[in-house]
Ligand binder design. Structure first.
Ligand code: ZN
Length: 211
């Protein structure tokens, strides 16, 4: 039995749940979890169908790409995940989705302003767009980190979303709220009028949730 069986099972559960929640389609999107103590990242494999994925499909690797376990190639975005873990010691899990409403704003290169209370405790504010970078390169992570140092999520221009957390439970729920905020913002724009939460209230609530 693998040393990482428990962690792989947890990663697989959140992956299947995210797929059922339509946070990604086909084999797009990817989840990872990283232990800063042993230096091992577990990540979903590239091009394996989520419906039939098992824990034996989950890849274990070091942040330099050295594969420790698993029969596949790791997700093509493993460098983005590695880059975030290298520069953010407080982050232990990453959920990368192509959830459709949020990704539509990534395509428009448009920030989703603070329109819902949930965005403050879960996302630490608005959802900004990281500059476009070539998929599969560390650059994707480097651009995302510029936003993630002050937020729990961001959009990747013309690509998708990233949500981070200390653990999978946090990163996953944040990915869900990114899509929820994007969907509601989109519907409100369709109604014709959007009012954002005034920044003074956002600041007060941010301080409150910090405690
Ligand atoms: Zn992607």
């Amino acid at each position: 039995m693998s040393d990482y069986t428990q962690r792989k099972a947890e990663l697989l559960n959140y992956t299947k749940q995210s797929y059922e929640e339509a946070l990604f389609a086909g084999t797009s999107g990817n989840l990872s979890t990283y232990d800063h103590n042993d230096g091992v990242m577990l990540i979903t494999p590239s091009s394996v169908a989520y419906a039939t994925m098992t824990i034996d499909d989950i890849m274990a690797l070091r942040l330099d790409g050295t594969i420790l376990e698993g029969p596949h190639r790791p997700s093509s975005e493993w460098r983005m995940h590695a880059e975030i873990y290298k520069s953010m010691p407080e982050i232990g899990s990453i959920v990368h989705t192509h959830s459709p409403y949020a990704t539509s704003f990534a395509v428009s290169n448009e920030t989703i302003p603070v329109i819902l209370i949930e965005m403050i405790p879960f996302l630490k504010g608005d959802i900004q767009v990281a500059k476009f970078a070539m998929p599969g390169t560390a650059e994707v992570g480097i651009e995302a980190i510029k936003i993630l140092k002050d937020r729990n999520s961001c959009l990747l221009a013309n690509h998708g979303t990233v949500a981070v957390g200390a653990n999978l439970s946090q990163a996953h729920i944040r990915a869900v709220y990114v899509e929820d905020a994007a969907k509601i913002y989109s519907l409100a724009k369709g109604n014709g009028n959007v009012v954002v939460i005034p920044d003074e209230y956002v600041q007060i609530m941010l301080e409150r949730y910090k405690k």
